[in-house]
Design a binder for this molecule. Sequence first.
Ligand code: ZN
Length: 390
Amino acid sequence: MSPSAVVWDPALLAYDLGGEHPFNPVRLHLTIRLATALGILDDVPVLCPEPATEKDLYRAHSADYLEAVKQAPMASWDVGHGLGSDDNPIFTDMHDAASLVVGSSLLGAQCIAEGRARRVVNIAGGLHHAMRDRASGFCIYNDCAVAISWLLDHGYDRIAYVDTDVHHGDGVQAAFLGDPRVLTVSLHQHPFTLFPGTGYSGEIGTDGAEGSVVNVPLPPRTKDSGWLRAFHAVVPSLLAEFRPQVLVTQCGVDSHEEDPLADLSLTVDGHRTIYRELRRLADTHTEGRWLAVGGGGYQLLRVVPRSWTHLIATVLDRDIDPDTPLPAAWTDMVREVAPHADLPLTMSDGGDTGYSPWGDGLDDAVDIAIRDTRRAVFPLHGLDPDDPRD
Ligand SMILES: [Zn+2]
């Protein structure tokens, strides 16, 4: 058994919302090229996905919605279901392309469940906004929800989902809102200030599953240090109590300070620190079982390729020193298509990833968010929300 694997197939680039849409598949292409140029994919098992079957898509979506997605490219009428909007434009073969994205995360989950790999990374996944019967936020089908649902049917009954995208992981939360077997945790920019407008600390789950939904809404301009303080104040304690068997993480990188669609202020160095922390949590709680998927990220040249190369490297235990120069083979390739791009020089932004633990007397907006989240869910897990040791 190989300890870690990467899901990839150039066919995943077909999930292309077209034109000037920010969700441009070049971000995946440039990431794989950068990871390759740095040598981190050398001798690594690459898992080649098949499209998810309809039976598996039904795990997260209604039959009506699947039919609408299939019909949409041919339809001359409004098919509804959130399709055909600026965010979710209709494109040729969208059912096939979106099914392949779901199949890619599902393959990762299956390899982990069957012991073929302990960790799997799939940067093409992470379409966390897709709802049961509608497209939302650039997401047609919800690969995260399908993969988790499959795991629930194949021997696992405690799955932790941690979503570090700048946007609330609303589709995954909605899929498992009343299911105590899935703990969904999302850290994101405050819903007052960003799509999708949900993810308040008071959203905690329903129907006997109270506490299985955790939201940490962070104020705009939160930096690495504040983000990491919030993460450490909430996530490790909850995972220790929940005792997950598998960790699934959505690793969107639109929390970066240069991202054009949102207003958090993280750096590539902060992202790298987050991935290393997620790996540590998987090693601590799930015997290393970790499915890491991508998500948002719209600074296509300067941020996404570096951040997700760090993600792939972390999953593979081939951590890259932040001061590593960007390989000329990669920057030359980017300059061929974007001659005037202002590219960074190294795998670092020079970000400061130190942070003060919560409970040290600070009282800024991040600390208020931490307090609200802890008070909303910690007692439901037998934890003291006001004791920093919990
Ligand atoms: Zn996002």
